[in-house]
Write a protein that binds this ligand. Structure first.
Ligand code: DP6
Length: 411
């Protein structure tokens, strides 16, 4: 049975009683911030994106004061009258959720564990307070790249990859297919996410490796406001001028992926979300043992942090939201935190739910080189370290960590 490790909560906060890491008017102290205005914020209201192999049937009643086991090296909380987070039911739920996230899927997001201070985050609105961009890299077997010639006044005549801003109500893949059809005349299917670029939570670009599935390449005779034409060029001799040189790195990413796929196919999961948020798989490894940070407010879950659209979080980028959550439970000054990249992406875009959830792999390690075979202490009751003991899951997670087998963010 996986063990859970809590920080010594007695000395911290309000007499060890668990508290919601995020408070919002009208919510009980033990709830998490609901993301969907019309969705109940039940404590265990989490559904797995894929058919729920591991249901969340547990009807958790928040126990009274947890008692600390005596004599244990690490204070291990026992919850009388409540299954402890290490309980097989909770562990099975966590195993299911982690397996789903590692498979590029993910539970839908109903609430978050951390949000910017002050007012609850406002729901995102595409083209109003967030801009999502889709971009396609087509790389033929002859190592040729599909480029389009821009028609816009400010960049007319320059060459770029097919790209464009998403429109309200469409999914990410629908936006990609629309932009490619408009600018290059081709039908396409995405093969995998290659990269995600962000300039803070209000501007995110999704870069895909894609393949043509039909249509007729747009020639200069079909020039219109979307583009002047499209053409294939050898990767070693792209036309000039380019609209921007940022696409050179993206073309190289595509070529590297073609040579050796560093991560499994990762495609957007059509799951609704109201905010720009990140579900974290925060890991600590020692030898071949791996722990994952788990949120305890409600039913044990992979923690979710909401990104703010305020100038501070804009300037700091989406990593700010990750560091904010970690600061709530860890003493970061003696730790090294590394954001490895994406395991998955969730968005639907219907019914005005324009949010996205990025499933992000993060590692935490001690700065000092000394041998540390236990994860860093956790402050408070809202999180604990879950030791992943299920063999297949543990080896999957270690493999992703060792190979950095994730979609890069801003790299
Ligand atoms: C990501 C871009 O470089 C290219 C896509 O922008 P466009 O101006 O081509 O968008 P549409 O008008 O919707 O087609 C723009 C940016 O945000 O940097």
């Amino acid at each position: 049975m996986p063990s859970c490790v809590h920080g010594n909560s007695r000395g911290s906060g309000s007499k060890g009683r668990p508290r919601a890491s995020v408070t919002s008017p009208g919510l009980s102290r033990h709830s998490r911030l609901p993301l969907r205005r019309n969705a109940p914020c039940r404590k265990d209201d989490v559904t797995v994106g894929a058919p729920a192999a591991h249901g969340w049937e547990t009807d958790w009643e928040r126990a009274p004061e947890p008692t600390l086991a005596r004599g244990s090296a690490q204070p291990v909380c026992e919850y009388p009258g409540r299954r402890p987070p290490g309980d097989p039911m909770a562990s099975e739920g966590l195993t299911g959720a982690l397996a789903a996230v590692l498979a590029g899927q993910g539970p839908s997001v109903q609430s978050c564990d951390s949000a910017p201070a002050g007012e609850p985050p406002v729901p995102v609105r595409l083209r109003k307070n967030v801009c999502y961009v889709v971009l396609a890299v087509f790389l033929s077997e002859q190592d040729e790249v599909l480029l389009i010639q821009e028609a816009k006044r400010e960049c007319r005549g320059s060459w770029y990859l097919p790209a464009g801003r998403m429109e309200p109500g469409e999914t990410i893949v629908e936006a990609l297919q629309r932009e490619v059809k408009e600018e290059a005349g081709l039908h396409c299917e995405p093969e995998t996410l290659l990269s995600v670029e962000e300039r803070g939570p209000s501007w995110v670009r999704f870069v895909f490796l894609a393949r043509p599935t039909g249509g007729i390449l747009k020639t200069s005779k079909e020039a219109d406001a979307e583009s002047l034409q499209a053409a294939w060029y050898p990767r070693s001799s792209l036309p000039t001028p380019l609209r921007a040189h940022d696409i050179l790195h993206l073309v190289e990413l595509a070529a590297q992926y073609r040579q050796q796929a560093r991560h499994p196919v990762i495609l957007p999961q059509e799951l609704p979300c109201d905010l720009v948020c990140q579900r974290l798989v925060v890991t600590f490894t020692s030898a071949q043992t791996v722990w994952v940070l788990v949120g305890t407010v409600g039913i044990p879950h992979l923690p979710v942090t909401a990104c703010g659209l305020d100038p501070v979080e804009q300037r700091g980028g989406m990593k700010m939201a990750i560091l904010r959550l970690l600061q709530e439970c860890l003493t970061l000054h003696h730790l090294v935190v590394e954001i490895k990249g994406l395991l998955g992406l969730q968005h639907l875009g219907r019914d005005h739910s324009d949010g996205i959830c990025l499933n992000v792999l993060v590692t935490v390690a001690f700065r000092s080189p000394g041998i540390q075979d236990e994860p860093p202490k956790i402050r408070g009751e809202n999180f604990f370290w879950w030791k992943v003991t299920e063999e297949d899951l543990q080896s999957q997670l270690l493999k992703r960590l060792q190979g950095s087998s994730v979609v890069p963010v801003n790299r």
